[in-house]
Write a protein that binds this ligand. Structure first.
Ligand code: PNS
Length: 166
């Protein structure tokens, strides 16, 4: 185990949910430096621009001094190598996450053998949460405040000003 451990927690974070924040807080206690790395995804149609996601995550993690918010494009393993991080942190909510995460971890290790993926189980109260469903709830006028922090709810609502709140 190296003396100073840097881990990368990669994802789309479109938008960040309470599940992501739970993982960031728990992950930040396990390592010296946690880089939350937002994928600059050119394929997926994102609701929030990269800059907005960076802004939200910076605001929501301001109380965690060893957490850095960054973004990356290209292969995750190449970014990890550039940042000197051999550890990738990911969350697992259920069996279907396990299957896709296992494939991703094995692929990443095959491409860069130094890469070790560490999984944290999602907290029970977050295990059903996904950014996609949160967006859908807000778009359809539902209350998502149990799933995403208040500043995020406001930002999603601002994207759909014509939706009537239930
Ligand atoms: O939050 P997400 O969308 O589940 O995160 C997926 C992410 C960003 C971790 C994954 O798509 C990724 O690492 N993309 C970068 C490209 C890459 O390295 N692909 C090969 C590994 S599957």
């Amino acid at each position: 185990m190296p003396n100073s451990l840097t881990a990368i927690y990669p994802g789309s974070f479109d938008p960040p949910t309470k599940g992501h924040l739970d993982l960031i807080a728990r992950g930040s206690r396990l390592v010296n430096h946690l880089i939350v790395a937002i994928l600059k995804n050119t394929q997926k149609q994102a609701l929030f621009a990269l800059e907005e996601r960076v802004e939200m995550l910076k605001e929501l993690t301001a109380h965690l001094p060893n957490v850095e918010i960054a973004s990356f494009d290209g292969l995750l393993v190449d970014y990890a190598a550039r940042r000197g991080a051999d550890t990738i942190l990911r969350g697992i909510r259920d069996v279907s996450d396990y299957e896709s995460e296992l494939r991703m971890a094995l692929l990443n290790r095959r491409m860069r053998p130094e890469t070790e993926t560490v999984f944290l189980m999602a907290s029970a109260e977050c295990s059903f949460l996904s950014s996609r469903m949160v967006k859908e709830i807000v778009m359809l006028g539902g209350d998502a405040s149990a799933f995403v922090p208040e500043p995020v709810v406001r930002r999603i609502q601002a994207k759909f000003p014509t939706v009537t709140k239930r």
